[in-house]
Design a protein around this ligand. Sequence first.
Ligand code: PEP
Length: 258
Amino acid sequence: MKRLIIANWKMNPQTLEEAKKLMVSWQHRLHFVADHVEVVICPPFVFLPSLHHHVAVIKLGAQNMSWIEEGALTGEVSAIQLKHWKVSYVILGHSERRLYLGETDSIVNEKVKLALYHKLTPILCLGGEQGADRDQMQSLVTKQFAACTKDVEDKNLHKIVYVYEPTWAISTMNKSRPETGEHAAEMVDHIYTLLEHRIGKAAKTAKVLYGGTVNKLNVHEYAKFPQIDGALVGAASLDSENFWQIIKEFHRESLHRS
Ligand code: PEP
């Protein structure tokens, strides 16, 4: 199974020129790693119409999506609109949306079901809750997993990309600290176990990633664990070289194992 590296650009960069420059900086190099690594870039919505021409080796993702199909929802973007710009992934349940915009598990659950219905791959973030500490992570992730995948048909559960991303590990959070590879791997195993309870052996066909301050200096900590299928990368994905080193390290580890 290919490893998956996802760039979450958040509300960056400020201009389309910078966005295009970043995209182009990886486009050709990715051919060298495409046998073992898949790369998804999640830019702000406004850049999607200009970046969709680059979709080939690089896939496009959105950072959010409305929980309903269409209608009077100021400021929201629908699944169908995203599909129009060749978006194939969508980040759902990110800590920042839970924390600053009050998103709940039930809203995330609606979005997950709608994304699957429209054949968009949900990138479901688990572990985001302000104040939760490390000892509470297994129960928090268990609760979020159950609530966010409620009524999702078993046959669709492996289509979701799960990301263990504890709030405190996000580089821009107050008093942020990255997690250790060991803890990340344990939590990834835990998510696989939750999946196994629902779909048995098919759990192995799902991807489970880690997110939180992954960068070129610490990527080996995570890439060396075979069960960590990739990374969700924020700040480091805005630096062309830093992000490329992350991709290369996951590729190197995969080559080493194959
Ligand atoms: C994120 O917020 O999804 C993230 C992974 O950010 P960072 O890599 O900056 O911690």
